[in-house]
Write a protein that binds this ligand. Structure first.
Ligand code: BG6
Ligand code: MG
Length: 222
């Protein structure tokens, strides 16, 4: 992959949302934990890490792997709704103060360099989160759980983001905290800069300790 993209100019950055732009991943954890507790299914951070980047219904299937019961489709939809209602209650706590100065300043500096900036998230709650963070209308394109049929590690969300920007994949960099999302970026033909879990796993071409390092990545891009 690195061979294919060599010497292409960096023109756009596509950001995952949960765990990259903001820390809603903790709210996902708390909401899944409450839902799992309510039906007596063991749930911990190890299982939670497998849900990063994974769609709501696919996440539920992973949560229910430890259940001794079997659930009908209608029951599963109820459980997923139950989790989402709890999650949305947590989202109402988000204010513009939750956008860290580091993320905000880095985004502005990247834009200043003339780069196009987009969101590539599996979450159907993306519009609400962007609005609460004061980022509604900030990105040049938003590709999210509402416009895809396959979630990460499928590359669809990133391919669609690049299409919305009118950019070839080789000019796009993906920023991800999930191993599944990193795989999605690679399958879309893009280089990936990782944070958090994915960075610790060494999954990307760039494995960063903090969001601000993106400025160095953009500077040294080859
Ligand atoms: C991803 C999260 O961004 O969105 C996953 O990493 C989550 O943990 C997925 O399951 C779907 O989110 P939502 O908000 O549509 O339930
Ligand atoms: Mg994420």
């Amino acid at each position: 992959m690195a061979e294919m993209v060599k010497n292409m100019e960096l023109k756009a950055i596509i950001f995952d949302l949960d765990g990259v732009i903001c820390f809603t991943d903790e709210y996902h954890y708390l909401a899944w934990k409450a839902m799992a507790d309510s039906i007596g299914v063991p749930f911990d951070r190890e299982v939670n890490n497998r849900l990063r980047g994974v769609s709501r219904m696919a996440s539920l299937d992973i949560v229910l792997e430890r259940s001794t019961e079997s659930y009908s489709q209608a029951e599963k939809e109820n459980l997923a709704n139950q989790k989402n209602e709890l999650y949305k209650q947590y989202l109402t706590r988000i204010t513009e103060q939750d956008l860290s100065p580091e993320v905000k300043e880095t985004l502005l500096a990247l834009r200043e360099k003339g780069l196009k900036l987009a969101i590539g998230s599996s979450s159907k709650n993306t519009p609400m989160i962007l609005q609460r963070l004061g980022l509604e209308g900030f990105f040049d394109a938003v590709s999210d759980g509402n416009n895809i049929t396959h979630s990460k590690p499928d590359p669809e969300v990133f391919i669609k983001a690049a299409q919305m920007l009118g950019m070839p994949a080789e000019n796009c960099l993906v920023v991800e905290d999930a191993v599944s999302g990193t795989e999605a970026g690679h399958r879309a033909g893009m280089q990936v800069a990782c944070l958090g879990d994915a960075s610790a796993a060494g999954a990307g071409e760039y494995n960063m300790a903090s969001f601000g390092e993106l400025l160095t990545v953009a500077q040294n891009w080859k």
